[in-house]
Design a binder for this molecule. Structure first.
Ligand code: NI
Length: 401
């Protein structure tokens, strides 16, 4: 039987687990109930299981029946501080907390894959690392699991890593999508305080006006972007916050602004970080003002390895037939901490359309909405793709030897 058929046979168990996870959505790095449910669902499988110390992660290693390298499969497990508005029999039981990003599906699909691959253990030419990760939503969970050794869980580093993400709109149900190269943005925050010397608005020559200089900085940053970066490797700088002053005739001591910085390559991210500071320091110096620039760094760019992304597409085609995998025309501006894994191991991150059949994927509420809905129907195929990516990739290594 193929992975898809076996996964359909396991459908009820996978759906049941997903519903159970959905009722108790936990946020951040500590997900005790979620961890307990995952451990229970993996019980009896021939896995080497370890749990995290700084976070409630679960790392499970399946040793294949034949020697070979390792492949890593990742599913994130955390929820969001969103009050669920859906009317479901398995609606969130925790007020103000919801699996609004579909990570409950990822966890259930990865448990499904652990069952599928355990059933084929003898045929596996190498090991599979199952990475059940807390704290994707802004808590650096993947980075912490890497620090705790998830990449060395099977011994040597894995040769490939794959992650999946469901979306409640945009893609039609059942469609897998990804692309080679940059897939999701790095999203950082740039904060600036311009320090002048306040005074009377009628005599600006006797003050050091921070507002005038800060305005010049805001417009110069846009010019800097177009005059520094290739338009085919996009960079976005948007100043979304600007605060200064208290009255029309008073020059304040300080002005503050904050910008979001979106980049799609490591090189541009580093260069933007340097150029943003140079621009604001240069303008401040020209007017004899002080300036304090700082950054709050978010997740890095999520970059798919070209070969691995093509392999993921080919694997989906082979499993489900043509028409179930699409190459995304553009990267998307969201960010994702699987990027930390992909900085260390070549791999691919794949989206899966999970829009319910009675909703239009163009207008359906998107991930993170209080009324986002993810359809259970995609669970068996998601589990089958996870399992197939690992098994086929190991088989490929064995053949290429
Ligand atoms: Ni998410």
């Amino acid at each position: 039987m193929s992975f898809t058929e076996t996964a359909q046979d396991m459908r009820d168990e996978i759906v049941q687990l997903r519903h159970s996870l959905h009722t108790t959505p936990e946020i951040g790095l500590h997900l005790p109930r979620t961890q307990e449910k995952v451990l229970a669902a993996l019980e009896g499988l021939p896995l080497e299981i370890t749990t995290g110390s700084a976070l409630s992660s679960v790392t499970a290693v399946l040793r294949g029946g034949r020697p070979g390298p390792a492949v890593l499969l990742r599913g994130d497990m955390d929820a969001l501080p969103v009050a669920e508005k859906n009317d479901l029999p398995y609606v969130s039981q925790l007020p103000g907390q919801m699996h609004a990003c579909g990570h409950d599906l990822h966890t259930a699909m990865l448990v499904g894959a652990a069952h599928l691959l355990s059933g084929r253990r003898d045929e596996l030419a190498g090991d599979v690392i199952f990475m059940f990760q807390p704290g994707e939503e802004g808590h650096d969970g993947a980075k912490r699991m890497i620090e705790e050794g998830v990449l060395e869980a099977a011994g040597a580093r894995p040769v490939a890593a794959y992650g999946m993400h469901v979306v409640s709109s945009v893609l039609p149900q059942g469609l897998f999508a990804s692309r080679p190269g940059p897939l999701m943005a790095a999203a950082d925050t740039f904060k600036v305080t311009v320090k002048g010397r306040g005074g009377h608005g009628s005599t600006p020559h006797l003050s050091l006006d921070p507002i005038q200089a800060a305005c010049e900085m805001v417009t110069s940053l846009q010019t800097m972007v177009t005059r520094t970066f290739n338009v085919f490797d996009p960079v976005v700088v948007t100043v979304g916050r600007f605060q200064a002053g208290s009255a029309d005739n008073v020059i304040p001591d300080e002005a503050h602004f904050e910008a979001t910085l979106r980049t799609f390559s490591k090189e541009n991210r580093a260069l933007a970080k340097r150029r943003l500071v140079e621009v604001v320091e240069g303008i401040a110096a020209a007017y004899g003002l002080g300036v304090e620039p700082s950054f709050a760094m978010g997740y890095p760019v999520t970059v798919n390895d070209r070969t691995e992304a093509e392999f993921a597409g080919a694997t989906a085609d082979e499993l489900f037939g043509p028409g179930r995998y699409a190459v995304s025309p553009n990267p998307i501006m969201g960010s994702e901490d699987f990027s930390y894994v992909l900085e260390n191991v070549p791999g691919a991150f794949v989206f899966l359309g999970a829009c319910p059949p009675d909703r239009d994927p163009v207008t359906a509420p998107y991930n993170h909405s209080p009324d986002a809905l993810f359809d259970d129907a995609v669970l068996p195929d998601g589990a089958a793709l996870y399992a197939s990516l690992a098994a086929s990739r190991l088989a490929q290594e064995a053949t290429n030897g």
